[in-house]
Design a protein around this ligand. Sequence first.
Ligand code: ASP
Length: 339
Amino acid sequence: MQPQILIIYTGGTIGMITDPETGSLKPFDFNHISEEVPDLKKIPYQLDTLFFKNPIDSSNITPEAWIKVAKLIEDNYTKYDGFVILHGSDTMSYSASALSFMLRNLAKPVVFTGSQLPIGVIRTDGKENLVTAIEIAGAQANGRPIVPEVAVYFEYKLYRGNRTTKLNAEHFEAFASFDYPILANAGINIDYNYSKILPLSEKQLEVHKQFNTNVAILTLFPGISQEYIHHFFEIPNLQGVVLHTFGSGNALSEQWFIDELNQAIQKGITLLNVTQCKMGEVIQGRYETSKGLEKIGVISGRDITLEAAITKMMLVLSEFSTVESIKKELTKSYCGELK
Ligand code: ASP
C-alpha cells in the first residue's frame, strides 16, 4: 500500500504566490497544491492537506499554534504514515523543538520544511524542500518508518528538529545543527545516517499540550548593569530563565551578580545555563567564572540549543514544580536534544 502523508500548512513563505493584481505575496489555496507543484502527482504516495484558516508568518507563532499542530497530528496519527509541517523558517527551530517535546513516544516521521522563496517563484527552493520532505516522511525500511522523529528538512539536508538553529536569512541553506550530525543528505539518493536517527518507540503516543510561558531569556553582555539584572528578575510571575552565557557557560563573577541570581533561585525561579556559542557545551566549574553559578544551583544546559532550552522549559514548568523534579527533567534528554 502507498504511504499516506498528511501535509499541514501553518503559514510562511513556502505557501505564498504573487497576486498578479497587487504584486504582493499572499497564501495560495492549498487545496490546489498540485497545480503549483505538479511533481507532487508523481510521488507514489497518497497525499492529503490541512491548513490553518489564517496562515501565519512564523514570527507570530505561539504555544497555542503548537498545540493546534500537535492536535492535528494526534487526531490523524493512526490514519497516516508520516506528517509534513509547512512552516515559516524564522521560528521553525522553536516549533520543531516544541513539537519534539510534545509528541512523546513518537513512532512516525514529522518533517518540518519551508522555503526562502515562495513556491510560485521560478527559482523557489520550496518545491525541492516540499517534495523531498514528503519523500522522507513516507520513507520506510522493512515496513517501518526510517525517521520516526521530529525533523527539519531544508536545502538537501535533514536535521534533528530540536538541534537546529536558523542561521541565514538569505541563503537557501538557512539552518544548521552545530552539535549533532545531519540525519540525512539528499543527493541523487537520500542517504540516511541510520545510527544517528532515534529508535522507533514501541509505546503509545502521548501528546503533552501545556506550556508555562512565565519564562524569559537573559542574554549576558560585557557591561551589563545590576539595575538591568535586578529589574529583570522582578518580571511578575517569572518562573524560569534561560541564562545565555559566554563560552562554556561562564558569567561575571562579581558578587552582586551571583547575589541577584541566588535571590532569584531562592524565590523559586529555575535558571538554566545555555551558552551563546554555537558549538560546544556548558561545563559549569571548568572556569572560576562558572563555579559560582554551579554553587547556587544554576542548572547546566550542556549542549542544548537556545530554541530547545526555552521550549523545553515551558513544557517542564507546566508539568513539574519541585526543584529536584525540574532539574531532573531539564538534565535528561527527552528525544536527543542533549547528548
Ligand atoms: N517570515 C517568514 C516566516 O518565517 C519567512 C519564511 O517563511 O521562511 O514565516
